[in-house]
Design a protein around this ligand. Structure first.
Ligand code: C2O
Ligand code: CU
Length: 461
C-alpha cells in the first residue's frame, strides 16, 4: 500500500513528467552564480611540472551550482579564454535557447564576452554543466562542474557528497598531453582514454560522514571517453537514482558509468568505520576514494529509512512516432560511404579529408545537422542501432527517455536516462514525450565520436 505521502510524491512525479516545463513564474527563487572560464595554473603531481588548465572560477571541478526544485538558476558566464565557448546544463529539461549548443541554440560566446543563462529547474537530481564548444578539448582541459537540484527528500540525508570523476591524459611531466588532441586514432577508436583518474580533482580523496547516518553519493562521469566502473568494500551498493531520475532502488556489486552519466547511491553507515571505493576499468584498480565514518555524530541522526520518491512507469500511449537511428563507422566498422555536407564520400576520404569517422543513417553529423522534425505532444520512439564495434554513450539534450537498460546486472531494467551506454550491436528504444519545443541535440558523449560525426538534432515544433 502507498502511504498518503508516497501517493502524493507519485502523482507529483507523474505531473512533472507530462506537464510543460519552463514557464518562469514570478514567485520562483532565483539562484545567482557567476562562472568565469579562464586559464588556471594547476599541479597534477609534485614530481611533475606546473600545467595550465581551463577552469571555471579557477577550480577543478568548477563550483557546485545548487538549487531547489522549481528555483531559477541564473548564471552570468564570462569567457576569459582566447577561444569561444558556451555552457550546456547536462540533463536539465531546459528552455531551448538556454541549452548552450553553439550555432544551434546560441552564438558562441567570444573571448572577453559574457552571456546570461537563466532557466528554471523542475526536477531534483544530479546533473552537471560543461563547455559545449570543441568539447573534446574544452571539457578535457577542465571546463565542467556539478549541478545539483534538491527537494524535500534531500533533507533526510545526513551527508551528501558529489563524486565527480575525470580521466585525464597526462604526459611524462604530469601535464595534460595536448599533443594528442585531435589524434585520428582516438577519434576512430574508443576516444581519448586517459591515464590519470581524479575524484573531485584529487587523486585519492577522503571524506568523513556521520555514523549511523544516511549518505547520498552522487557519481558523475566527466571523462572524455572512459567508461568508469566502480566497486566498493560494501556488500552491495544501493542505487537510488540514475541520471537525476529516481529508480526503484536496487543493489549492485559494481556499476558502470559512461561519459556524461550519473548514478546516486544511498549508503547506511551502521557498524562501519571506513568504506573504500575503487575504480576498476583499468588493468589494475585505480583506487578512487574513501569515506571515513566519524564515530561521534555531529548531527541528530534520525534512524529511520528514507522514503524515496517512486519511479513512474511508461504511461500508456497511442500512435508513437518512430525515428530510426542507424549508427555506423569507426575502426573495423562497416561504413563504406556517407554524406557529409551533402557530398557522398567513401570512408577513406571522409577520414583523410574531413576527419570524420561516424554517421547516423549514412550522414556524418555536426551541430546543425537535422535528424528529424516532430510535432510537440508526440510520443517519440527513437530506435537506435549501434551497428559499430564500439560502445557509445548516447545523450539526448533537453529530455529524459525511457529505456530497457542492459547496463546493470539485472538485464532489461526500465529506467529514465538522458545518456544511455550502448554496447556494440545493441538495438534499443528510447521512448519520450516531445513536449518541449526546440532543437535538441542527440550525440555520443564520447567527445571524439561526437566531433567526428556522431551528432545531430531532433527538432520539436
Ligand atoms: Cu553533456 Cu551535448 O552534452
Ligand atoms: Cu561514441
Amino acid at each position: 500500500m502507498l502511504s498518503r505521502r508516497e501517493f502524493l510524491n507519485f502523482s507529483a512525479a507523474t505531473i512533472a513528467l507530462i506537464s510543460l516545463p519552463n514557464q518562469i513564474q514570478s514567485k520562483q527563487l532565483i539562484r545567482n552564480y557567476k562562472l568565469t572560464a579562464g586559464v588556471t595554473p594547476h599541479l597534477f603531481n609534485n614530481k611533475g611540472a606546473l600545467d595550465s588548465l581551463w577552469l571555471y572560477n579557477g577550480q577543478t571541478p568548477g563550483p557546485v551550482i545548487e538549487a531547489n526544485e522549481n528555483d531559477i538558476i541564473r548564471v552570468e558566464f564570462v569567457n576569459n579564454l582566447d577561444e569561444p565557448s558556451t555552457i550546456h546544463w547536462h540533463g536539465i529539461k531546459n528552455i531551448n535557447k538556454m541549452d548552450g549548443v553553439p550555432y544551434l541554440t546560441q552564438n558562441p560566446v567570444q573571448p572577453g564576452e559574457s552571456f546570461l543563462y537563466e532557466f528554471p529547474v523542475n526536477h531534483a537530481g544530479t546533473f552537471w554543466y560543461h563547455a559545449h564548444v570543441e568539447t573534446w578539448k574544452q571539457i578535457s582541459k577542465g571546463l565542467y562542474g556539478p549541478l545539483i537540484v534538491k527537494n524535500h527528500v534531500d533533507e533526510k540525508f545526513d551527508d551528501d557528497i558529489v563524486i565527480l570523476a575525470d580521466d585525464w591524459r597526462l604526459n611524462k611531466n604530469y601535464q595534460l598531453d595536448e599533443k594528442s588532441f585531435g589524434s585520428l586514432h582516438d577519434w576512430s577508436h574508443a576516444g581519448r582514454i586517459g591515464n590519470w583518474l581524479t575524484i573531485n580533482g584529487k587523486k585519492f580523496p577522503e571524506y568523513s560522514i556521520n555514523k549511523n547516518g544516511h549518505t547520498r553519493l552522487r557519481f558523475i562521469n566527466a571523462s572524455n571517453a572512459r567508461i568508469l566502473s566502480f566497486g566498493s568494500s560494501l556488500e552491495g551498493m544501493k542505487i537510488i537514482s540514475i541520471d537525476g531520475m529516481w529508480v526503484e532502488p536496487f543493489i549492485q556489486d559494481k556499476f558502470n558509468l559512461g561519459p556524461g552519466q550519473r548514478v546516486d547511491l544511498l549508503i547506511k553507515t551502521d557498524d562501519l568505520s571506513t568504506i573504500d571505493f575503487f575504480e576498476v576499468s583499468g588493468k589494475k584498480p585505480l583506487s578512487a576514494f574513501k569515506l571515513n565514518v566519524s564515530q561521534i555524530s555531529k548531527k541528530n541522526i534520525i534512524k529511520k529509512d528514507i522514503n524515496l520518491q517512486s519511479f513512474k512507469k511508461i504511461p500508456n500511449y497511442k500512435n508513437p512516432k518512430i525515428l530510426k537511428i542507424h549508427m555506423q563507422g569507426g575502426a573495423m566498422g562497416n561504413l563504406a560511404k556517407a554524406y557529409f555536407e551533402g557530398v557522398k564520400k567513401n570512408f577513406r576520404s571522409l577520414a583523410m579529408e574531413e576527419k570524420k569517422f561516424w554517421a547516423f543513417n549514412k550522414e556524418v553529423g555536426k551541430y546543425e545537422h537535422l535528424l528529424a522534425s516532430v510535432k510537440k505532444g508526440q510520443i517519440i520512439i527513437l530506435e537506435v542501432w549501434n551497428d559499430s564495434r564500439w560502445p557509445h554513450s548516447m545523450h539526448l539534450h533537453g529530455n529524459h527517455f525511457y529505456v530497457e537498460s542492459k547496463e546493470f546486472s539485472n538485464n532489461d531494467k526500465l529506467v529514465l536516462r538522458d545518456t544511455y551506454l550502448m554496447q556494440p550491436s545493441e538495438n534499443s528504444k528510447f521512448i519520450y514525450l516531445a513536449d518541449n519545443p526546440g532543437k535538441w541535440l542527440f550525440h555520443c558523449h564520447m567527445l571524439e565520436h561526437a566531433a567526428s560525426g556522431m551528432i545531430g538534432y531532433i527538432e520539436v515544433l
